[in-house]
Design a protein around this ligand. Structure first.
Ligand code: GLN
Length: 558
């Protein structure tokens, strides 16, 4: 009898699309990668995405969010670049450690293998051994996802010393299977104000620089403030050795979620299918995506949310980057409620310096206090929480936001004047938020990398609570990123004073969600985990949606 092949045992002829940057960084490689991935997924292909960060850090966990943007956390606990969040959101998928690599990670593996004699006495060289490790990682991620197409975004721009080994890996893959690998260059086409017209020369230079690594782009995404005219397309095509239909106009647009739709106007899906010789498939298309994101444009109501935070030091641009997933999660829930959303930023330090009074919070339909670290702005956040709690303003606290809500509650309601988190006040007589013993040892040894409670953990919900109603489930799994916990010995004091601990770890020791009864406050909910990492377009997060609903109710009754 011949053995039947299971679908898993079928070998997939995986195709690879490398996305590289030209001219300058920060013009949307991540969104381009996510959008092409989305387009192919909507056309019926199984797609995954990989991010390569050229820095030496092992992960993004040790990087400052004001400089690098939000640290995104995957289910397996990997701390990575915010683009990984874009991939997960666009593809509505779950990625893992294999989908993210840094120079540090690649070198660490190569060096460990060398120490273990895995190179069998050979001289281990930067080339080919480092690119070979890069390729092995890409293929591993492809296999794990059973992907027909893998998008690989190489951080930085061509011509940088840092990403040369990754480009070398890409070139080697193209050599191995020319029909299975293609390159997309995201370039920038400036319109200098004095000249007033689009200049393609920087793109021409970038393509030449890429050429010196042995790579020719198959598609050029021309990012600019304006759409590319025909003349410019022709020019890029001629000087960059590419046909005109492979030059894609990518002007600035209001919403990143319109990018896949815009790309399709230039037929990018068909072009990729042709280049990679993919078998035609029938997919769902982008209609539901388009509908979800166009609905709020027609909505006649707006929900006004304030975010009280602290990463305000380097201007508005990085500020929204530091809280990217929170912002997107709020949007999805507002859109699902057929509402527009306006987010206002409030610097908690201004409450402390009395430059602004906490009572300005009553202007908003809801206030969110996101995650954070360290002492700065903490007392301002605590003042804000007291005001929100005693004035019935919908409140949603995340991670540090929950810990500080417990500090405020302990001080004001339980009367423990010295209550604090030991993160800020290590010698407080009333440590209501404290570090767990095993984490304590790591911090004492200055082992900060990967030393937190990271990734997926189960929480059990208490029936008849806001949390339970929002999820509609008894058990949930959420992503974490924190070192401190509500001190287990104060749980009974919190409960007997009226705070509901509506989500707990299965052993009942760790607090996951707190809330106030509805008869005391219309919506006062905070969680230890980061729900924003699981919010997806078309599948908004239940806690964010419950918060937005409460905020819309307040807006209506105002
Ligand atoms: N600083 C707090 C902790 O380490 C909260 C972390 C966070 O908000 N992500 O526990």
């Amino acid at each position: 009898m011949t053995k039947k092949k299971t679908p898993q045992s079928k070998t997939i002829d995986t195709k690879y699309i490398f996305v590289v940057g030209g001219v300058i960084s920060g013009v949307g490689k991540g969104i381009t990668t996510s959008s092409i991935a989305k387009i192919l997924q909507s056309r019926g292909y199984t797609v995954t995405a990989i991010k390569i960060d050229p820095y030496v850090n092992i992960d993004a966990g040790t990087m400052n969010p004001t400089e690098h943007g939000e640290v995104f956390v995957l289910g397996d606990g990997d701390e990575c670049d915010q683009d990984m969040g874009n991939y997960e959101r666009f593809l509505n998928t779950t990625l893992g450690r294999d989908n993210y690599m840094t120079t540090g990670r690649v070198y660490q593996t190569v060096i460990n293998r060398e120490r273990n004699l895995e190179y069998k006495g050979k001289c281990v060289q930067v080339v080919p051994h480092v690119p070979l490790e890069v390729i092995a990682r890409i293929k591993r991620a492809a296999k794990k996802a059973q992907a027909e197409v893998v998008l690989i975004e190489i951080g930085g721009t061509v011509g940088e010393y840092e990403n040369i080994l990754f480009l070398e890996a890409a070139r080697m893959m193209k050599m191995e299977k020319p029909d299975s690998v293609m390159f997309v260059m995201v370039s920038y086409v400036p319109i200098p104000s004095k000249v007033g017209e689009m200049k393609t020369k920087p793109t021409q230079h970038a393509v030449r620089t890429l050429g010196s690594t042995g790579i020719q782009p198959d598609i050029i995404i021309a990012r600019s403030s304006d759409p590319l005219d025909d003349k410019r397309k022709e020019k890029i095509a001629l000087f960059c050795n590419i046909s005109k239909d492979r030059v894609i106009s990518a002007p600035d647009i209001e919403s990143i979620y319109d990018v896949p739709l815009n790309f399709e106007k230039d037929h990018i899906g068909e072009t990729v299918i042709k280049i990679l010789k993919l078998k035609k498939k029938k997919g769902e298309g982008l209609l539901s995506w388009q509908e979800f994101f166009s609905a709020p444009k027609k909505a006649n109501k707006t929900v006004n949310i304030a975010i009280v935070g602290k990463y305000f030091d380097t201007g508005d641009y990085t500020l929204s980057d530091s809280y990217l997933s929170v912002i997107e999660a709020l949007k999805y829930s507002a859109y699902a409620a057929k509402s527009k959303i306006k987010i206002s930023w409030i610097n908690s330090k201004e409450f402390e310096s009395r430059a602004v009074h906490v009572s300005i919070l009553k202007k908003y339909d809801g206030v969110l206090i996101p995650g954070g670290f360290g002492a700065s702005g903490v007392e301002g956040k605590i003042q804000a929480i007291e005001y929100i709690r005693t004035n019935g303003i919908p409140f949603f606290g995340i991670c540090y936001g929950m810990q500080l809500a417990v500090v405020e509650y302990s001080r004001t309601v339980l009367g423990w004047k010295d209550a604090h988190t030991t993160e800020v006040s290590p010698h407080t007589t009333t440590p209501v938020i404290d570090i767990l013993d095993d984490q304590k040892i790591k911090v004492q040894n200055k082992e900060y990398g990967n030393s937190m409670r990271l990734g997926n953990y189960v929480a059990e919900l208490v029936p008849n609570t806001i949390a339970y109603k929002a999820y509609g489930e008894k058990q949930i799994v959420e992503r974490h990123r924190h070192r401190y916990e509500v001190f287990p010995s104060i749980l009974e004091d919190l409960r007997s004073s009226g705070l509901i601990l509506s989500g707990m770890s299965p052993d009942g020791r760790l607090t996951e969600i707190i809330e106030l009864p509805k008869k005391v406050h219309p919506f006062f909910v905070a969680c230890q985990f980061h729900p924003e990492f699981l919010a997806r377009p078309l599948a908004p997060h239940p806690l964010f949606s419950a918060f937005i609903d409460a905020a819309l109710t307040r807006a209506k009754n105002k």
